[in-house]
Structure formats: structure tokens, C-alpha cells
Design a protein around this ligand. Structure first.
Ligand SMILES: [Zn+2]
Length: 474
């Protein structure tokens, strides 16, 4: 891949996301909750106190009309993704209750990325497909030539929070300018790039955008090619047909001289706000959690002695002992490439299969043996899936078969009656029989219509008697 941009000109790994792989065929993505307005505000507050924070807020104040537009935008982006994936904002909202009064509008005001803090359940494989079939070009063409609007400016005071805040400001600017492009797929939206301020002026921003699109397309075609090689039943079946997908992947890596070992960043953490089950060490039933929080812990002599030994505040220790902690295991990812990679490795691990839809030609994840031919994609302008349309088409085809057979039988009866012991007529009849059978197959395959087949049979012998099939039908 020839896309190499220096850090801070374009940063590809800004959001620190997590991917969990539970004991089923789903993956659960948690989008970085810390790069949102409320979290950034808090950190700024801690670093520099209320005065600096309010100064920056004042400087970057968006008027209320913009704020309303922003809320609508967030809602529409959430709706778009909710139609393909299961979005869960409960833990984010729970977290925000501490800062805001859980007012829905206020929460939206404090939202930067529409999916920030969201837990997203994805059927394993669907994240990859969502990315490789995203149409970036359409949106890219609309964005080309548009002026890059800088709403958030750098912090003026050169203090230790500058780098931290400035990066966030650049992230906001990038998101506000190219949000529609990122929203074309889940992974582009939750791993958006950050374009730095080194790039000023329209043409240079366009250059960055151009590079970015090239990179997206590179990954799209790379993964499409990989899926064909590892999963397509019609791709060199004589050579690859016997192999498992992971063995085909191994072969692909060796033959293309790319690394076949992947080191993923698995993280083990101990947290009080993420449950991945209801038994320890991963979680507890909610009533058990409440019991733990209500537990009486007396700060007696023994307790004080223990705290003193570790030079730890007794009241803080008291709080810690009341708070149940759960083990949380996940993979860290910040880039599209990492997300795609973890998901593909999970596909191999679960031995899930991508199948090529016989109708639209796009890959889909096989659920059962039964649905192994057509996908569930809804065709634009209709509310029908490939499966629906294919079923309808098969019905039509079968019906067409019926009509062709009926036409054949009608003329068979008519022309066989004409032979009347004449060897020449019998020879002609046999010739017709042969040719008509061939035409019948053409008709069944839709090469000619049943009307054309009817006419062809009717015109075959001159001095005809009787009517055409379709006339008789009337
Ligand atoms: Zn399809």
C-alpha cells in the first residue's frame, strides 16, 4: 500500500475502540467514549480548571441553529446504522448521568461522534461486507471541490493540554467536513481519520481526501479478492475446493508474500461498568450488584490498620470494596485495517462461510444450508430481497416450462395425426420433433418467448389446420 502520510498530517488511529468476541457468531464493538465533547470537557477541566475550559468552549461556540442541525444529523446517522446493526447506548447514557441530568437533548449536545460510546452488535462477517460494498465514490464526488470549513480553532495558549485539545479540534473539523463519507460504512465511521492543520487551503485538503479514498478502495478490493480466494466455491474448485477457508488464506499469504501471522491487541481489564455475562469474573445479576453497593463496611480498628499499612485513604478503600469489578476481555482497534483483520480471523475461528449470491453476485454470510444460494439484501426501489426475487423468478420459470410443454404437446398431437402411414410425413414429423424439442429448451431458458415458440411450431408445416396455442387459450 503506497498510502503513507506523516502523523499529524493525517492520523488514522484516533479513536480507541474495542471488539469483544462472545461465545456466539456475533462480535461486539464499543466505540471510544472518551473523544466526545463531554469527556474532552472533563479532561480539560481537570488539566486546566474551569476558566480555560469555558474560554475554549466560548471560542468554539456553535450557534443554536447549528446545534439543532447537528442533533438531527446524529439522529439520522444512528438510524442508518440501526437498520443493519444492533446499537446499544445504555452504558454510555448511564455514564453520562454523572455529568448531565440524563436529559436526552443535553446528551446529544455533548455528542461528537454519533456512535461514540455505543456498543454495536454485528453478525460476524457483516462488518467486512458492509465495508467492501460501501459506495464511497458517490459521496466523494459530491464532496470534491467543497471548501474545507474550520469551525474549531487551535487553542491559543501554549500549555500542556494543547496537543491534546488541538487534536480533538482537528478531529471535529474533519468529522464535520467529511461525515457523510465516513458514514458510508460502519468501520469508516468508527475509525475516522484526523486531518491536521498543517494542511491549509482547498487543494491540499482535496489531496488528503483523494489519498484517503484511494486507501479505502485499496482495502475494499484487497478484501474482496481475499474473500474470493478463501471462500468462493467456483474459484479454481479443482485446486482449492478441498481446502478449508483458513488453509486457502494461508496459501494466499504465502503466494502473495504477505505475513500469515497476526498479532492482535487483546486487552484484559477490570471494570465496574462493563458486564460480559452474569457470573463472575465477567458479571453478576443486577440484584447482586445492588447488594454489593449497599454492603455495610465499618471503618474499624482493623480496617484503619490495613489502610495505613498501604498508606491508602480509608474512605476511598471503603468505596472500592463496595464496588464489584468485572473482568473484561476484548481486542483493541483504531484503524479500519485492524477491525477487518480481527473480524476475518474470527470468521476462520468459527469456520463461518461467505457465499456468493446467485442473484446479485455479492457475498453474504451463510446462516443455514438452505439459504446457501441467495442473500437477504433488499433491492433499491423495491422491498424485495434477492431471495424473494429469485423465488419469484423460479416460479415464473416453472410456469414458463409448463407453457412450453403444453405448446409442444398441442403440436405433437396435431402433427403426429398427419402422418397417416406416409414414410415422408413420418420423416418430416421426426425432424420437427427434434427441432421443436431444442426450441422448447430455448423457450424454457427465456431465449425465445412462449409466443415465439407457439408461432414457430404453427408455421413449421404449410397447409396448416387448427389454431395457434394462444388463440385456443382465448
Ligand atoms: Zn443477492
Amino acid at each position: 500500500m503506497d498510502f503513507q502520510a506523516p502523523e499529524y498530517v493525517i492520523k488514522m488511529n484516533y479513536l480507541q475502540n474495542e471488539m469483544e468476541v462472545p461465545d456466539n457468531k456475533n462480535i461486539i464493538l464499543t466505540v471510544d467514549p472518551q473523544k466526545d465533547d463531554y469527556a474532552i470537557s472533563n479532561i480539560l477541566w481537570v488539566l486546566n480548571g474551569a476558566r480555560t475550559y469555558s474560554k475554549i468552549k466560548e471560542k468554539n461556540k456553535i450557534d443554536s441553529l447549528d446545534a439543532d442541525k447537528r442533533k438531527e444529523k446524529i439522529k439520522s446517522i444512528r438510524e442508518k446504522f440501526a437498520s443493519n446493526f444492533v446499537l446499544d447506548f445504555s452504558s454510555r447514557e448511564h455514564l453520562l448521568e454523572n455529568y448531565l441530568k440524563n436529559d436526552n437533548e443535553e446528551i446529544l449536545d455533548a455528542t461528537t461522534n454519533a456512535l461514540g460510546g455505543c456498543r454495536i452488535s454485528v453478525k460476524c462477517g457483516e462488518g467486512i461486507l458492509d465495508f467492501i460494498y460501501a459506495d464511497f465514490d458517490e459521496i466523494y464526488n459530491k464532496l470534491k471541490g467543497k471548501e474545507y470549513v474550520v469551525k474549531y480553532s487551535d487553542a491559543e495558549e501554549k500549555k500542556n493540554y494543547d496537543a491534546f485539545y488541538n487534536q480533538y479540534a482537528h478531529y471535529c473539523n474533519t468529522l464535520h467536513n467529511y461525515e457523510d463519507l465516513f458514514a458510508a460504512s460502519l468501520y469508516t465511521y468508527i475509525c475516522p481519520p484526523v486531518i491536521g492543520n498543517d494542511f491549509k487551503g482547498k487543494s491540499s485538503h482535496e489531496m488528503v481526501l483523494d489519498h484517503y479514498i484511494k486507501m479505502l478502495k485499496y482495502w475494499q478490493s484487497f478484501y474482496l479478492e481475499l474473500i474470493e480466494f478463501c471462500y468462493d466455491e467456483n474459484y479454481y474448485p479443482e485446486i482449492l475446493g478441498e481446502l478449508c477457508p483458513h488453509e486457502r488464506y494461508y496459501l494466499y499469504c504465502v503466494m502473495n508474500q504477505i505475513p500469515k501471522t497476526h498479532i492482535l491487541k487483546q486487552k484484559y481489564s477490570f471494570v465496574d461498568n462493563k458486564l460480559s455475562g452474569d457470573t463472575m469474573p465477567f458479571g453478576l445479576p443486577l440484584e447482586e450488584i445492588d447488594k454489593r453497593y449497599e454492603k455495610k463496611i465499618n471503618i474499624d480498628k482493623e480496617f484503619k490498620k490495613f489502610a495505613k499499612e498501604y498508606e491508602f485513604r480509608a474512605d476511598v478503600l471503603q468505596g472500592l470494596l463496595r464496588t464489584p469489578q468485572f473482568m473484561h476481555i476484548c481486542y483493541d482497534f483504531s484503524t479500519i485495517e485492524e477491525a477487518l483483520n480481527i473480524e476475518l480471523m474470527r470468521m476462520f475461528e468459527l469456520d463461518l462461510r461467505f457465499i456468493k449470491c446467485q442473484w446479485c453476485g455479492k457475498y453474504f454470510v451463510r446462516k443455514t444450508e438452505k439459504d446457501a444460494r441467495y442473500c437477504d439484501r433488499i433491492h433499491p426501489g423495491t422491498n424485495k430481497t434477492c431471495k424473494d426475487i429469485a423465488t419469484l423468478d423460479n416460479f415464473k420459470k416453472n410456469h414458463q416450462d409448463d407453457v412450453a410443454t403444453q405448446i409442444y404437446h398441442l403440436y405433437y398431437k396435431r402433427y403426429s395425426a398427419r402422418i397417416q402411414g406416409s414414410p415422408k410425413r413420418e420423416k418430416d414429423f421426426n425432424k420437427w420433433k427434434f427441432e421443436s424439442s431444442a426450441k422448447k429448451i430455448e423457450c424454457e431458458n427465456g431465449v425465445i418467448t412462449s409466443y415465439e415458440y407457439d408461432n414457430w411450431n404453427f408455421d413449421y408445416f404449410p397447409n396448416r389446420q387448427g389454431t395457434k396455442f394462444f388463440k385456443e387459450k382465448k
